[in-house]
Design a binder for this molecule. Structure first.
Ligand code: CTP
Ligand code: ZN
Length: 152
């Protein structure tokens, strides 16, 4: 490996690498996956140069393999992240995030009058447009579009 090719964030032996995260969205992805509460070793890189997306971030979680339903929540932020499953230092699988049919929790309803903004109720949305992503609240039926999605 020459100097230019050296990894800025060390390789991991086993676990999950989430790559090509738009740098501005790193903390949202951390929140979506609940990594702020994780106990396993996690390494991050941010504002790394990527020819494809400008500035990217990467998260490496050792010893953890996520369920697809958890990873797919990342689609709320970016569909272009790359998920890599690492076993014994090798990338054994690459997965893409898929926009889920429903989003339970994690996003906030845009409607200030919605019951979920006043009582301790888990938000529930039906994804009505998978291309630009808009969420229809299952309580008040108001639409939260991608621009207005706030992660709780
Ligand atoms: N990686 C890692 N530890 C390993 C193997 C890979 O942290 N033991 C990371 C790499 O640093 C990279 C990602 O996992 O961020 C994917 O690895 P690889 O497929 O080898 O890289 P690329 O070919 O650059 O993949 P892509 O084009 O999907 O970015
Ligand atoms: Zn609502």
């Amino acid at each position: 490996m020459n100097k230019e090719k050296k990894l800025l964030v060390s390789a991991i032996k086993n676990g999950t690498v989430i790559d090509h995260i738009p740098a501005k969205d790193l903390f949202k992805v951390i929140k979506i996956l609940g990594l702020d509460k994780a106990r396993q070793p996690i390494t991050f890189g941010s504002n790394l140069v990527s020819r494809k997306i400008g500035k990217k971030a990467v998260i490496k979680i050792s010893g953890v393999y996520f369920e697809d339903k958890d990873l797919n929540r990342i689609a709320l932020i970016s569909e272009n992240v790359r998920l890599n499953v690492i076993k014994n230092y090798e990338v054994v699988e690459k997965k893409q995030v898929k926009v889920p049919e429903r989003i339970i929790g994690i996003a906030k309803c845009v409607n200030p009058k919605c019951i979920t903004n006043h009582e301790n109720i888990t938000t529930k949305f039906t994804v009505i447009n998978k291309d630009v992503i808009s969420l229809k609240c299952e309580y008040c039926e108001k639409i939260t579009d991608k621009k207005h999605i706030k992660i709780i």
